[in-house]
Every structure is written in C-alpha cells, then in structure tokens.
Design a protein around this ligand. Sequence first.
Ligand code: TEU
Ligand code: CA
Length: 550
Amino acid sequence: MNNEWYKDRVFYQIWPRSFRDGNNDGIGDLYGVYESLDYLKSLGIGGIWFSPLYPSPNADYGYDISDYKNIHPDYGDLEIFRKVLDKAHELDIKVIMDLVVNHTSDEHEWFVKSRDEASPYRDYYFWRKGKKNGPPNNWDSFFAKDAWSYDPKTDAYYLHLFHEKQVDLNMDNPKVREEVKDIMRFWLDMGVDGFREDVITFISKPEGLPDSISVAQRGIELFDSGPHIHEYLQEFRRDVLDHYDCFVVGEGPMMSVRKALPYLSGDHPDLDLMFHFQHMEGDCFFTDYVPHPFSLVKLKHAFSHWQNALEGKAWNTLYLENHDHPRVISRYGSEKYRTESGKSLAVSYMFQKGTPFVYQGQEIGMTNIKLPDISDYKDCMALKHYEAGIRHKPKEKVLPKIQKATRDNARTVMQWSDEPNAGFSTAAPWFAVNPNYPEVNVETEEKDPDSLLHFYRDLIHYRTQSEIVRYGTYKEFEPLNSKLYIYEREYEGRKLLVLCSFSEKPAKYSFPKNFDFRKAKLIFANYADNPSTPVIQTRPYECRVYEYEK
Ligand code: TEU
Ligand code: CA
C-alpha cells in the first residue's frame, strides 16, 4: 500500500529541543508542540518531521538514541506523543519520525551488553581487534578524531562513523535488521505516517572493513551506498512499509543524481524521497567548514540538475534549511534585507517541483547567531572543528569560522514573541536566544501583513492548490546570470514565470518575447508595484511570480 499524499503536502521540520517549551523548564517539548499545532495548520502545513524525540544522552542531541520505543523525558512521554499525533491527524497533518539506525547511543542496552565478548549482542556492532597497536582500519569519523574507539575490557575497538557515543550497528546481522523492522512497526502501529531515515545510505559496510584509499573523509567511498544497501532497504519495504499507508524519506549525504535514481525510481523503489545536499553547497565545498563566496550560478546548477534529472522518474525534496546547517538568509540572502531576501529565497524553492520542507523559524526569517566564546556552543561537530583548528591557528582566528559554520545557528530557540526568552519559555532556555527576537518573532509578524510569515503562509496555501506547481514541467532561463534565478513551470498550457534576485544590486531583466506582462497575473512579489515596461531593473532581492496562459 502506498498512497502518494506526500506529494501534495508541505512539511515542517521540528527540532524539538528548541521549538516550544510547554512546561516551562527551559527545554522545548511535546506539550509545546501540542499548543502549536493550530499555528502549523494556519500555515497550511500538511506534515511534520520530528527530529529525534527518543531517550538520548544527547551527545548529538537526539541522534544518539538509547531507547527506540520511548519519548525522552525532557520532551514528555508516550501519552503526550499520542495526543500530539491524534490532534495532528484531526487537523489533517501527517507525522513522520526520525529513524536513526545507522548507529545507536553507546548507552543503548544493546551496546552496553555488547561490551561483553560472549553476549549475543556482540555482533550487533562492529567490534574488531586493532592492527599494529592502532585501530582496525584508517576510516575517519565525521565528529571524532577517527572512526574507532578502544575498549580495554576486551582489548577491542568499536566502529563509529560519527561521535564516539554513536556506535555503528552491524546491518549485516539479520537480527539487527529484525530490530529495525520491529522499531518501524512499533511507530507505524501507533499511527505515525512514515520516517525520515538518518544517513540511511551509510548502513551497509563492505565486508572485511578494508582500509580506505580516499584522501578526504577516509572510508566514505566504501560505506556510502555500500554493497547491500538496496537489498536491505527493499527488505524493510517488503516486510514492513508496504503494509502501511506511509512514506519514507532517506537522508543521503553527498548524494548524486546518478546514485539517487536507483533508490527512488522503478516499480518498487527503496525510498519515496531523498534528502540530497548539492544545493546546500552554494557557499561551500561539501561542508559548511570549507566556505567560498556565495555563487548563485552554482546554486542554480544544483537546483536545475535535480529538477531535470528526476522529471518523470522520481519525486524530489525541496528545502533550504534543516537542523544541520546555518540559516539560509545569513548564507544565500542578506541579513540587511532580511524580509526581502527571505521572500525571494522562499519563492526560489517553493515553486520548484517536489515536496517542500520548512524548518522551524525559517518562516519568520530567523538568522545566524554569534556567541562570544566556544564554551557557549553545544554542537559536537563544531567543538571537533574548533579543537582541530586551534592546533595550528590562534583561537581568535578559529572562533569566527565556527560561528559561521556551526549547526548551532539553526538550533537557537524558536522566536514566538517579543516577551522575555522570545516567548519560548518563562524559564531560562537551555540554549541561546537570538538577540534579534524583539523584531523577528511570530507574534510581531502575524500583525504585519507584509511580513515573511504571511508570505510563507500565502505561498504554502497557493502551492497546495496549484496543479502547475505540483505537476508542471520545469525550465530554467539564463543559467549563467549571476544575480537572477529565472524559471518557468508549465502544466496543460498554463504557466508560471518565477523571477528571483539574489543580489542587493540592480539587475536588468527582459520578459520573454511570448510573454505579455499586461495580461499575466502577478501572484507573488516582494515589492508592491507592477512594472509597466517589458524591461525591468530589479530592486534588492526582488522576486516576482506571474501566472499566465500559453
Ligand atoms: O546528518 C548526517 C550528516 O552527515 C550531516 O552532518 C552531513 O554531513 C551534512 O549535513 C552535510 O553537509 C545526520 C543528522 O541530520 C545529523 O544531525 C546527525 O548528527 C548525523 O546524521 C548523525 O546521526
Ligand atoms: Ca519543557
């Protein structure tokens, strides 16, 4: 069973710790989510992706799970989760859970037991003897120094591609795959509507765990889309997912179109959707820690490449923000032109073909923060980069790099009002509040009809009604224009023309010859007036969307 309702909805990602504190202990929770469901409904949201809600020691804020079938006490319990789920369903909002099964927390019962060599859980993980007084192979970890940690108890190492408290599961063990299916059934039976599958493309490791020959991020060429990946995902599909009205979106770091298609296309695809990252590299190479100046041409190339390659074959995901990347206005837009660039960015992706995701706070235009000291930051990845940086460079040179790149930029608390703590909580929040909250918050933007919040609401409502946006073809113009992103969508003779400036400076734009701008209907714009000539000079971050007949 597989209904395609996920194609017609706009999803909202909640990173629960920073969304809304309902019981006023300074930590976001499900009570806060419960209170906010009407807000999400008013935005036109049709689905929620919850970043992990499970018990976790929080070495990586929930992505290190110690119990897959429960709710972290900080966030509530299964009872409030069920209430949230029921109310969401009453409002016709679907709910998907984050499924993190590449690794468990080192505090998960399975791993604790596996420390004993004789335990049946030993083979749930990759325990190996070291080589020449060092780890079993040369793989790197994303969050730690290398991918292996030593346990003197049995004189052996365990594998962790991420933090040392995120231990990789051995998916080749059929018992581990049964556990995964069991977790899936637990949540699906409760009524959840699907999963976002964390680093799912990394779950199949090559036999023998050989040394890597890669120069950067050693090991990646071996475990990225590893030998049995499609087989395992098909097994999950066949044994579990096919039996429910649900969908799955996989996360595929460094995913290319060529590698994505085998996951997404065909009669019985492994995954319904894939989160890919090429368009997150408009101002960096592969990671936010290797920055370069923003390039619109590079960004547009990524957008169009995926739009064109998936057309007729697979369904795309559309997003500009999530919990792993700095805020998009601070990256691709302009904090000075916060509202204008926020609107232009929203238009740039919302009119593409695919299922859009909005990350909490994106809809009000939240921006990056700069905290004064490294000890103010919580993101384990940032701390790793800081430690590595200060080995060669003075601290005051390293901190600005961290401030710019850290995932913590997206993890400040949601700004609900201009009250203390941005209305997030009456207690001191667990993490920083962006000092811009007196202007940037839900309540203030609700009162202003020209706010980014109203704009997002209108876009989402338009999108969910429009067949052109959902089903039309995509065609880009002027791909080498370094200031403007221009594209057209077409469905059954009706068209949309989308024009977005990514620059503060004016750019000249001539409407296409066959386009009669007097007859076309201007449906979205971030400056009020409509031009009266076929050539326009764009204003800072100007955007326009026209609807017209062929
Ligand atoms: O992220 C996977 C991951 O590899 C990203 O950090 C990726 O490197 C980056 O976004 C690409 O630029 C997922 C979760 O989203 C993240 O929060 C977790 O820390 C990580 O997996 C481990 O579970
Ligand atoms: Ca709380």
